[in-house]
Design a protein around this ligand. Sequence first.
Ligand code: UD2
Ligand code: MN
Length: 337
Amino acid sequence: MLKKFFILLVCLAAFSLGGFCVILFFTEDRKLFFFSALNRETKPEESAEPTVRPNPTESPGRSLDPCPDVPPNLRGVLHVEFRTNRTLQDVRNHVGPLIQQGGRYRPTSCRAKQKVAVIVPFRNRSQHLNHWLYYLHPVLMRQQLDYGVYVINQDGDGAFNRAKLMNIGFNESLKEYDYDCFVFSDVDLVPLDDRNLYRCSDHPRHLSVAVDKFNFILPYATIFGGVTALSKQQFLKVNGFSNTFWGWGGEDDDLSQRLSYRGMFISRPDSVTGRYKMIKHGRDSHNDPNPNSVQKLTETYLNMDTDGINSLSYTVREIRKDLLYTFVTVDVQAPAG
Ligand code: UD2
Ligand code: MN
């Protein structure tokens, strides 16, 4: 009798062990499956890792140590090419799951030194935007920035106004988060060295100092187009960009003059670190050279206190959150162009 009972006990134990193994097997399997699915598909909604992702709208963790001055994982010179056709989904897959909806990121291992809004003026350059996102997100992450990407899309086909879009980006990004540094970047400029930090410094910073289109030299000393970084304070000190440069050219020189009139200097990386590749393009429609720009540049000093952030007027048509960026479509009240 005792022997039978003992055999029954052994059978029961073996059965439970077997059952346990089966459960374990399926759990592991499903977990593996879940992770591989994540790696293959990074649709914006699915790529979230809710338990480990920081919420960038909350203030950065007080308990983290500040990030080091020199980010430790930079690579230096980068290989950049624009021949590959990149879809937005390709870029989402490439950039990976660490980005938060709206193109937001901040390091998890340390407290970022600055909160950076990256503002990109835009209209009808989707292929450029895909390349830009493909290269920039990994760089900005390696630079350990607490950042967000804002693509400011001019609605309609009136005259393009790059500078006003920048002002709008400044305004709109600040409604979302307490940014203290603003990087203004053309959509077609990709850095060739990730040691060129997308951060602000004591003086307004011109980052795109050696662009391939200009044979990697600075065309003139006061140039302030391409990619620039200004702290909130520096930007407000000059009342932002002018809102009244319609069409191509002049708006960058106007900002450069504003800086100089307010006693600021232009800071730059060296010409090796500051190398850039520009995506080749022709002139866009509705962005012809501005015939008034030469005259307007003689009036910067007169106009800068009344034409800028303090006189900015526009209407937001739509704010769309992609995984990789916040896309703000705006009516800038453009004249025909
Ligand atoms: C130069 C400057 C640029 C700006 C411009 C004059 C450098 C390296 N670049 O660039 O900063 O001062 O002259 O305005 O100094 N865009 C669109 N859609 C359009 C038109 C423009 O998205 O239809 C945006 C886009 O981000 C583009 C930027 O505006 O990169 C500047 O326009 P551009 O690329 O035609 O001007 P480019 O290359 O002569
Ligand atoms: Mn360009």
